[in-house]
Unconditional design. Structure first.
Length: 222
């Protein structure tokens, strides 16, 4: 089993009460929409604006006029949503997070200080504290055969989900133009090389290199 607490420091997300309910983090994906609708009306109006139905945006957040924001949605304090970003709904954007140019979000949780800054797709996924994706990196969230998604760990873990992108642990780094295949897990402090095609689990403090070779990081260096 891949446990929620193995990947994330829950102190760094407004979604902590939701994630604490589940041992496996992907179990929370089906509940993101309901959770936003549950807590949104109770957010402090001194801190959050409520510009449209089911959308709550912190007054300190920076929102480009060209961004398209659909609810349910919470954008936390200090976050930045840039030019032509597209939020399809059921998304939580953490404190000081960056959602960049032409990036698309759908049914996902971005922890505080996450950066998805350039041409990214994040769907049915959870990105941990300070996780970062390079330009063009995407989470692929549906198998081509449309079967339920399996996490390929030491043993195969049946998720029962047809849509499940990726779980990125705290401070994970994903290189430019990489594809995280459905059900991918990238552990805390791990690095994925640019132009990679990731399938399965990248353990924490590891490097996913060209050709899929995985090595341990030594003293935080490549």
């Amino acid at each position: 089993m891949i446990y929620t607490t193995q990947l994330f420091d829950l102190a760094h997300s407004i979604a902590r009460p939701l994630l604490e309910r589940f041992e496996a983090p992907w179990e929370a994906l089906a509940c993101i929409k309901a959770y936003i609708l549950e807590i949104g009306p109770g957010l402090d109006p001194e801190t959050f604006d409520h510009p449209s139905e089911d959308v709550w945006i912190a007054k300190s957040a920076k929102i480009a006029p060209t961004a398209c924001l659909n609810g349910p949605l919470i954008v936390d304090e200090g976050a930045e949503i840039r030019h032509c970003a597209f939020v399809r709904g059921s998304a939580i954007v953490g404190k000081n997070a960056v959602v960049g140019n032409s990036t698309e979000l759908k049914n996902c949780i971005l922890f505080d200080a996450v950066q998805v800054p350039h041409f990214n797709y994040v769907g049915d996924s959870i990105l941990g504290y300070k996780a970062h994706t390079g330009a063009g990196a995407i989470t692929s969230n549906v198998r081509s055969d449309k079967k339920n998604i399996v996490v390929h760990a030491d043993s195969e873990i049946e998720t029962g989900l047809r849509k499940f992108g990726a779980m990125l642990g705290d401070r994970a780094e994903v290189g430019c133009n990489s594809v995280l295949n459905p059900g991918s897990i990238v552990g805390r402090d791990s690095i994925v090389y640019p132009c990679s095609c990731v399938r399965g689990v990248v353990p924490e403090n590891s490097i996913f290199k060209t050709g899929g070779k995985i090595v341990k990081r030594e003293n935080g260096r490549d």
